[in-house]
Design a protein around this ligand. Structure first.
Ligand SMILES: Nc1ncnc2c1ncn2[C@@H]1O[C@H](COP(=O)(O)OP(=O)(O)O)[C@@H](O)[C@H]1O
Ligand SMILES: [Mg+2]
Length: 333
């Protein structure tokens, strides 16, 4: 079980004034701004759960993951990972967890992947039979053998992320933290990553905590979503309940030559239009129930009272789901 209680992280950012005078003043007075990146976060996660930790850029996701994995010390609050405080018992915690950061590798840059793996095997004292069974599984899903002899610096991003995920799982951790693990990857690698993550969650009961901007990652892997914004939890729910509560309507973004008076009111008065607003002076955003309208019929209709320069369909996405949660005004708990 993983628990966070009133978890808070503040960063002190030096407030630099321009020029030499400012630099000296900063040295003497030590002027700082305080940024509260994580602000009183509470949750508890049972063994075997798969949880998506999502929110806009800068919401505090990575900072939370870094505290949970013992990389950053909380300013206040409490964390327990299987009863262990990750700051006080970093080594004990490391044996329980696996970590993948999409933005940087955990592998040794200059040595062949297979040697990184055997170093990890020794560090974590992975028994031979566990090690070879894991390598077999990773090979089956990831096809690692083609680049096991290469050093991490020579791998493509897709190969590196496959090697990174495999490395994080070698010691059979009971919890895996994945921070944007599929960012920038090609579809094939994304799918292989999802397959392996799903497999270790469903077949081995490994707890998964995942941050991602990819709705497919979240839908395929996770059963529960925690949404965070400005460092605070704004929603913590089963995905199924969330989707039922905020059905993903279809969305259109239409560029108009000018704001058209009365258009918004007319749209909002229609049945099956769940949202209509100007994003800026020229961009109209419309969401609609696909049972009652089609994108084509709406564009045709709007075209009668405004000059349409361009339009595009908005796909279901994490960002849109979060938008809907906010719009409903029920976001804040
Ligand atoms: N080391 C740091 N020093 C100062 N500010 C930081 C540091 N790390 C993160 N922040 C700030 O904290 C906030 C949350 O960052 P982060 O946890 O990386 O967000 P997310 O992963 O959700 O995009 C951001 O405003 C970010 O600029
Ligand atoms: Mg991040």
């Amino acid at each position: 079980m993983i628990t966070a209680r009133a978890l808070t992280k503040e960063f002190k950012i030096p407030r630099k004034q321009p020029g030499l005078k400012g630099a000296i003043r900063h040295l003497i007075h030590g002027t700082y701004d305080c940024k509260r990146a994580v602000d009183g976060v509470d949750f508890s996660i049972e063994q075997g759960e798969a949880v998506a930790y999502i929110g806009p850029n800068g919401a505090g996701k990575s900072t939370t993951i870094k505290m949970l994995t013992g990389i950053l010390r909380p300013t206040s609050g409490e964390i327990r990972i299987h009863g262990v405080d990750p700051q006080k018992e970093r080594i004990k915690n490391a044996k329980n967890i696996g970590v993948v950061f999409g933005q940087r590798t955990q592998l040794w840059w200059d040595i062949p992947v297979e040697e990184s793996f055997s170093l990890l095997k020794n560090i974590y004292q992975v028994p031979d039979e566990v090690y070879s069974e894991n390598l077999r599984l990773f090979q089956e899903i990831f096809g690692l053998s083609e680049f096991m002899g290469h050093s991490a610096r020579k791998l493509s991003l897709g190969q590196r992320m496959r090697a990174d995920l495999a490395a994080a799982l070698l010691h059979n951790p009971s919890t895996v933290f994945l921070d944007e693990p599929t960012i920038g990857l090609d579809i094939g690698t994304k799918e292989a990553m999802r397959e392996l993550i799903q497999k270790i969650n469903r077949e081995r009961g490994v707890t998964i905590i995942l941050t991602s901007h990819d709705l497919r990652d979240v839908e395929d892997i996770c059963r529960r979503i925690i949404v965070i914004d400005h460092g605070k939890v704004v929603c913590d729910q089963e995905i199924r309940a969330l989707v039922a509560q905020y059905p993903m309507d279809r969305g259109l973004q239409i560029t108009l030559s000018a704001k058209s008076p009365g258009l918004l009111e007319a749209l909002r008065a229609k049945e099956g239009i769940t949202h209509a607003a100007m994003e800026d002076t020229h961009t109209l955003s419309v969401e609609f129930d696909p049972n009652l309208h089609t994108a084509f019929s709406l564009v045709k209709e709007i075209d009668q009272s405004a000059v349409i320069l361009d339009f595009k369909l908005k796909e279901p996405s994490i960002e849109r789901m979060i938008e809907q949660i906010y719009r409903s005004g029920e976001g804040a708990k």
